[in-house]
Design a protein around this ligand. Structure first.
Ligand code: SF4
Length: 481
C-alpha cells in the first residue's frame, strides 16, 4: 500500500509561509513518508498575529495548539517547536531551535562575541536546545572555518558560474537542468556566447572597482556536459579573472560527461579542484537513478584526472537512495579508501517536489530514517579513521530532522568557496542562469540579485541584469575604501 506523504496546510501571510515550512520540515511534517500531517494558521490582528493549528501524534490523532499571540518569527518558531514536542511526544531534534539551512552562522556569531569553544557549546545547549553531539560537531567545524570567515578585505569576492546542462536527469534531482542531447547546436552556441559575455562583464566590473576574485566555482548542472570547444572557450574567458585566485573548482560530476581531453584543458587554464560525484558505487543503483555510466568509468575518470594533475578531487555520495543499504554505503567508503579523494561530501537524500522520484514508484524504496542514520554514522566513522575531518555543513529545507550535508577534507585541502558560500561573509558574484550575486560589506545590509533560472529568459534578460549588477555594485561600494 502506498504510504501517505507527510504534509502540512498553511494559512496566513505569504511572506511567513517559507519560514513556517522550514520549521515544519525540521519537525518531519514535509514529505518524510510517515504520513503525519499538521496545520498552521496565522491570522492577522490589529497588533501582531494569532497562531494556532494542530499536529498529528504517533496514533494519528490531531492535537490542537494555540491560540498564541505572536509578533516575531522567533516566537512562531518557539511556539511550534514546543507545541509539537509536548503534544506528539516526539523526541527532540538534535538541532534544537536551529531550523535553518545554515546552522553555523549562529555559531560564528557566538564566536564573534568572544566566547570560547566551551562557551559556544554551552550556549548552544542551554539557549538553543542543541544536543551535545551536534553542538560538538558545530563547534569543531566552526573552529576549522574561523581562519577563512573572520576577516575579509571588502573587495575580495568569490565567483560562481552556473551551467545548467546535464547528460541525463538523475531520479532524485530537482535541479531544472536541460539535457545537452536534446538541445539544438545553435542554442548551445547562443548560451555559451551569452555566458562568456556575462563573464567578461564581471571582469570589467572587477577591474573598474578593484574587486579581486579569490575563488572560482563552475557548477551546474554538469558543466563538462558541454562540448570540448565550449568548455575551452568558457575556461579561456575565466582565466583573466583567476590571477589572484586561490582555488578554481569545476564540477565534472559524471564520467559520462568527461574525457581526458577536457581534463587536460581544465588543468591548462588553471583549474585545480574538480568534483567527481558518483553518489553511490553499485551499478544497479546507478542504473535505477538514470546515470548512464558504469562503476568502472568512475575509477577510470579518477585515473586520468590524477594524471592530469588536479590537486584536489572532491567526491559526493548520497545516503538514503531508493533501495540503498547500509552495506552499500560501507562499499562506498571502501571505494573512498581506494580512490583517496582529498574531499568527500556525504549528502542525505532530501525528497523534493521537483524531482522525478517524488512521483516515482521507487519512492517507496527510500530507506527508513533509522537506516539512513546508520549509513551516515558509519560513513562519518570510516572517514574519520581515514584521516578526513568535517569542514563545512548545511541542511536542506526538506531534510529529515536529524541530518545535514557534511563536507570532509584531508588536512590542508578544504574548499574555501564552500565555506564562504555557506557562511555568507564574503561577496559572491554570480554569472549564468540561476546564479546569485551577493554583495557583503561588513556592518551593512547584504544586497542580492539573481539571474533568471530559465536559459531562454537568462539570455533575453542578460543586458538588463548586467546593468543592474553594475548599479548595485556602485551603490554598495560607494564610500567604501
Ligand atoms: S544530480 Fe547533477 S548530474 Fe544529475 S541531474 Fe542533477 S545536476 Fe544533473
Amino acid at each position: 500500500m502506498t504510504k501517505k506523504a507527510a504534509a502540512y496546510v498553511y494559512t496566513g501571510p505569504d511572506d511567513w509561509h517559507g519560514f513556517v515550512g522550514q520549521v515544519l520540515a525540521s519537525l518531519g511534517y514535509v514529505y518524510d513518508r510517515e504520513g503525519k500531517d499538521a496545520a498552521v494558521r496565522l491570522a492577522s490582528r490589529k497588533k501582531g498575529l494569532i497562531l494556532d493549528g494542530y499536529f498529528t501524534d504517533s496514533n494519528g490523532q490531531a492535537r490542537n495548539f494555540g491560540p498564541y499571540v505572536v509578533t516575531t518569527k522567533k516566537e512562531v518558531k518557539n511556539y511550534l517547536l514546543e507545541a509539537c514536542r509536548t503534544l506528539t511526544k516526539r523526541p527532540p531534534s538534535p538541532w534544537g531551535k536551529l531550523t535553518g539551512v545554515r546552522p553555523l552562522k549562529l555559531v560564528h556569531t557566538l564566536f564573534d562575541e568572544g566566547l570560547s569553544p566551551e562557551g559556544v557549546r554551552h550556549r548552544l545547549g542551554k539557549e538553543f536546545d542543541v544536543a551535545d553531539r551536534t553542538a560538538d560537531l558545530l563547534v569543531q567545524v566552526a573552529v576549522t572555518q574561523r581562519p577563512y570567515v573572520v576577516q575579509h578585505e571588502t573587495r575580495d569576492a568569490a565567483l560562481y558560474v552556473g551551467i545548467p546542462y546535464c547528460a541525463s536527469h538523475c531520479l532524485y534531482c530537482s535541479f531544472p537542468s536541460r539535457l545537452v542531447g536534446n538541445e539544438k547546436a545553435e542554442r548551445l552556441l547562443d548560451f555559451t556566447n551569452k555566458l562568456i559575455e556575462d563573464i567578461q562583464d564581471v571582469q570589467r566590473l572587477c577591474s573598474d572597482t578593484g574587486i579581486r576574485i579569490d575563488s572560482i566555482y563552475v557548477g551546474g548542472g554538469t558543466p563538462t556536459s558541454l562540448s570540448v570547444e565550449a568548455v575551452e572557450r568558457i575556461m579561456s574567458a575565466l582565466q583573466p579573472l583567476a590571477g589572484a585566485c586561490r582555488e578554481w573548482t569545476v564540477e565534472a560530476g559524471r564520467p559520462d560527461t568527461m574525457t581526458e581531453e577536457k581534463a587536460r584543458i581544465l588543468r591548462a587554464y588553471g583549474v585545480d579542484r574538480i568534483s567527481i560525484n558518483p553518489q553511490t558505487m553499485q551499478q544497479h543503483l546507478l542504473d535505477a537513478l538514470g546515470r548512464r555510466h558504469t562503476v568502472r568509468d568512475i575509477y577510470r575518470m579518477f585515473d586520468y584526472c590524477r594524471d592530469a594533475g588536479f590537486s584536489v578531487i572532491n567526491t559526493d555520495f548520497i545516503a538514503g537512495l531508493p533501495g540503498q543499504t547500509v552495506e552499500d554505503m560501507r562499499q562506498n567508503l571502501e571505494a573512498v579508501c581506494q580512490l583517496a579523494p582529498e574531499n568527500v561530501t556525504i549528502h542525505t537524500l532530501a525528497l523534493k517536489k521537483g524531482a522525478p522520484l517524488f512521483r516515482h514508484t521507487l519512492r517507496e524504496e527510500i530507506p527508513p530514517v533509522q537506516v539512513v542514520e546508520e549509513m551516515v554514522t558509519s560513513a562519518e566513522e570510516s572517514l574519520c579513521r581515514q584521516g578526513y575531518a568535517p569542514y563545512y555543513l548545511y541542511r536542506q529545507q526538506y531534510m529529515a530532522a536529524e541530518f545535514a550535508n557534511i563536507g570532509y577534507a584531508k588536512d590542508g585541502t578544504i574548499s574555501r568557496y564552500n565555506i564562504e558560500m555557506m557562511e555568507e561573509r564574503q561577496t559572491v558574484l554570480g554569472v549564468g542562469p540561476g546564479s546569485a550575486t551577493k554583495f557583503i560589506v561588513p556592518h551593512r545590509k547584504m544586497e542580492k540579485m539573481y539571474m533568471p533560472k530559465d536559459i531562454g529568459q537568462y539570455t533575453e534578460a542578460l543586458t538588463e541584469r548586467m546593468k543592474r549588477r553594475r548599479l548595485l555594485c556602485a551603490s554598495v561600494y560607494e564610500g567604501v575604501n
